[in-house]
Design a protein. Structure first.
Length: 221
């Protein structure tokens, strides 16, 4: 379990139950040396790697009229390049274990949102990355899939600049844009990831699974 926020890592680690205490590593996915350390420490502790979940990501608001190259570089560096590098490092171990990869993408990879241009591009690229490596690794029995959440009840939008009032209005609007009439909960995404990571999904690879309350089948934004 890795991330930049120490307190969040500790909280998440405390919620994990199982036979083994989770390995918690403070790391930044945009730093190559951190990615190398994460894989090395994981193998050192567990002796193998069964599943890689590429979950790091951030968003930014900006249309073609307001965006910048810095926005694009930032989105690609976190949302794509980090997953790309970690996957390169993890694949030799996953081939040995016949493990699998789950990339956390977004419905913005499947559906265009004009005011989130750079974010949409980064997630669409991550989805294609998922499909391409799924095809390459399938003969070696390594499965690769992604989950594509819609609006989920996290602090994601707040961290990217929404005020509390704007977020409240956004959630209210989302009740109309999601077919199920509500936004999703983190556990609903986590359970989809867990499903894809287990043998229950042993015949699923190259899939971008929408966890979106019907958002992608709705019409207007």
């Amino acid at each position: 379990m890795t991330g930049r926020n120490v307190e969040s890592l500790k909280k998440c680690g405390a919620e994990c139950v199982g036979k083994q205490k989770p390995l918690i590593l403070v790391a930044d996915v945009t730093k190559q040396e951190d990615n190398v350390r994460v894989i090395e420490e994981t193998i050192k502790k567990f002796g193998k790697l069964d599943v890689l979940v590429n979950n790091a990501g951030r968003g930014v608001f900006g249309s073609i009229e307001t965006t910048s190259l810095d926005q694009l570089d930032d989105m690609l560096n976190t949302n794509l390049r980090g997953a790309y590098h970690l996957t390169i490092l993890a694949v030799p171990h996953l081939i040995k274990s016949k493990g699998n990869i789950v990339n956390v993408s977004s419905i913005t990879g499947l559906k265009p949102f004009p005011n989130s241009l750079a974010y949409c591009i980064s997630k669409a690229a991550l989805d294609q990355f998922t499909r391409v490596i799924a095809l390459k690794l399938a003969p070696k029995q390594v499965r690769v899939n992604s989950v594509n959440p819609a609006v989920i009840a996290t602090d994601f939008q707040n961290r990217e600049g929404m005020s509390p009032a704007q977020y409240a209005a956004f959630v209210k609007h989302s009740e109309k844009t999601h077919a199920l009439g509500r936004i999703g909960q983190p556990r609903e995404v986590a359970e989809a990831i867990a499903f894809l990571a287990t043998d229950s999904a042993s015949f699923i690879t190259g899939t971008c699974l929408s966890v979106d309350g019907g958002r992608t089948i709705m019409g207007p934004i």
